[in-house]
Design a protein around this ligand. Structure first.
Ligand code: UDX
Length: 427
């Protein structure tokens, strides 16, 4: 099938290349010139395991366009994968979605063929059938579900394993209100053997939020248990290993520590909390999930103070800036919260990250102006005795921690075994 992908960010690019691997032809559309140039030269504009190889191997089977209307005109299906960021209140910014929808609508106006539009961006329940459908209909002068297809199909990709997750997902959830659209999407994914669930569009939008909220809840639960275990002198990782062996619970997302960050979980939890409130429901669990997560950075700094009661003028090392290892993404990274607290208390911070420094500098210019960045992690260890571990990069297992005070939010075994003084956040 011929597919256009509007928005070649993490989700769009991994989805598009995944579809190419499944045998489809893909046209990427992006408004950012750097993204377009990167794709033209078969390079992902961000770090993602396996993506560059796949782009090189499949050169010629995908194109990139600046003009969305051309892309729609030469394809059968258009996926919308633009960013839908949310602010601190959980309100979702739908401007990118509005712009994409109105351009797609204008392209549909002159199109003789049937075309299906699929929303993959995470959007609050009701957005596809309300906001998106209205814009498409107004700009095209055509009727959804009759003159063109409209569906929702959320992504469940993790950064760092996005392509693998796309090709062998736990499930594919197709949100379609009509038979024809359902068949088109089933046909599109026919080469993926994972279970496929077909639901209506609004249900699918909710499945995405409920899934991410549950993942966040699992980690916050592990952290709350971890905080009590720490007080009782119990190793919470052992406890949670025992808990996770129950197949109804499962071993995933039970590593207690600093908690969850990144481009999806925090924003989706905030938006879901807002949805509860807007509908007169109290998000009792989710507010606690969010609060537990926010507290972890504070708890880590408190632990550090066991060793340095006054941080003013003290040099503190921070290992890891990304929201998890294996990615260059620092969005809502807990490392930022820690660094902010440290500099607010007058500490001098020297930080290292193997991939995230550049993005950290552009996303957090306020703290980046003040702190020092080390080229290699050894420099952090050379320049200070007191170090916080914020991201569990595998290379941190190779360092020499002897003589150091390590306060670890992620559990680096080598540090635990060899540091002069070692404090784990939840163990
Ligand atoms: C998440 C969802 O997993 C994915 O399905 C969705 O589509 C997008 O959001 P991602 O943000 O890439 O994916 O990261 P994930 O690997 O789920 O980790 C999220 C955060 O939780 C990271 O900050 C990680 O460090 C933290 N985490 C993870 C823990 O603190 N403990 C764990 O046991 C696992």
């Amino acid at each position: 099938m011929k597919i256009s992908i509007v928005g070649a960010g993490h989700v769009g690019l991994a989805t598009g290349i995944g579809l190419v691997i499944l045998g489809h032809e893909v046209i990427f559309v992006d408004i950012n010139d750097n993204v377009v140039k990167a794709i033209e030269s078969a390079k992902p504009p961000f770090h993602e395991e396996g993506l560059e190889d796949a782009m090189e191997r499949h050169r010629g089977k995908y194109l990139v366009e600046r003009n969305l209307q051309n892309a729609v005109a030469s394809s059968e299906i258009t996926f919308i994968t633009v960013d839908t960021p949310s602010d601190d209140s959980g309100s979702v910014d739908l401007r990118n979605l509005a712009e994409a929808s109105s351009q797609i609508g204008r392209a549909l106006k002159n199109l003789e063929r049937y075309h299906t539009i699929v929303v993959k961006s995470t959007v609050p329940p009701g957005t596809t059938e309300g906001f998106v459908k209205i814009i498409l209909e107004n700009t095209s002068g055509k009727k959804a579900f009759i003159d063109f297809g409209l569906a929702m199909n959320p992504e469940f990709l993790r950064e760092g394993s996005a392509l693998r997750d796309f090709l062998s997902p736990d499930r594919i959830v197709i949100g379609a209100n009509d038979e024809r659209t359902r068949e088109i999407l089933e046909q599109l994914y026919r080469n993926i053997s994972s279970p496929k669930l077909v639901v209506d569009i609004e249900t699918d939008e909710m499945i995405k939020y409920a899934s991410n909220a549950f993942l966040a809840m699992k980690i916050s639960f592990a952290n709350e248990i971890g905080n009590l275990c720490k007080k009782l002198g119990i190793d919470s990782w052992k406890v949670l290993e025992g808990v996770g062996l129950d197949h109804r619970i499962g071993p995933y997302l039970l590593k207690s520590g600093l908690g969850w960050g990144g481009p999806c979980l925090p924003k989706d939890v905030r938006t879901l909390i807002r949805q509860f409130k807007q509908n007169g429901e109290e998000p009792l669990i989710l507010e606690a999930v969010y609060k537990v997560n926010k507290e972890q950075a504070y708890k880590l700094v408190q632990l550090l103070k066991k060793y340095v009661s006054n941080l003013k003028g003290r040099k503190i090392g921070v290992l890891g800036l990304t929201y998890k290892p294996g990615v260059d993404d620092v969005k809502e990274s807990i490392a930022y919260d820690i660094i902010k607290k440290l500099i607010d208390e007058g500490a001098h911070v020297i930080a290292h990250d193997p991939l995230g420094v550049q993005k950290f500098k552009s996303m957090y210019p306020d703290v980046s102006k003040i702190i020092e960045f080390a080229e290699v992690p050894e420099d952090v260890l050379k320049k200070t005795e007191i170090i916080v571990i914020a991201t569990e990069w595998p290379q941190y297992e190779e360092l020499d921690y002897s003589g150091k005070i390590i306060v670890d939010g992620r559990r680096v075994k080598k540090a635990e075994k060899t540091a002069a003084h070692y404090e784990g956040l939840c163990w």
